[in-house]
Design a protein. Structure first.
Length: 93
C-alpha cells in the first residue's frame, strides 16, 4: 500500500493501523514484525519496478489494465485524469 500511494503521487503514506493493532493485541516484537513487513513490501515493489530510490518510484508511469479503464469509463471517468501527467498539467483535457 505504501508503494502504491507513492507511485500514485503521495509524498507520505500511513502505516499506523497495522502497527497500532500489533501494539494493542501483541508485543513489541509483533510491532517490529509488522514494520518489517511494510519495509519488505516497499523494497519488493521497488525491486520489481526497477527503482533504486523512493523518488524514482514516485516517477514511474502509472499503468491501468483494460478492465480498470473500462470500469472508469463506465463510471463516466476519464482514466487519464488519474495519471501523473494529468496531475502535473502536462496533459490537456
Amino acid at each position: 500500500d505504501v508503494a502504491k500511494a507513492i507511485a500514485l503521487g503521495a509524498t507520505a503514506a500511513g502505516v499506523a493501523y497495522p502497527l497500532l493493532q500489533a501494539a494493542v493485541e501483541g508485543t513489541t516484537r509483533d510491532v517490529m514484525v509488522e514494520l518489517e513487513k511494510t519495509i519488505e513490501g516497499l523494497k519488493t515493489a521497488m525491486y520489481l519496478t526497477g527503482c533504486q530510490t523512493v523518488e524514482e518510484l514516485g516517477a514511474i508511469p502509472i499503468m491501468f489494465s483494460a478492465e480498470m479503464i473500462a470500469t472508469l469509463n463506465s463510471l463516466g471517468l476519464d482514466y487519464a485524469r488519474f495519471t501523473r501527467a494529468w496531475r502535473r498539467g502536462v496533459m490537456f483535457p
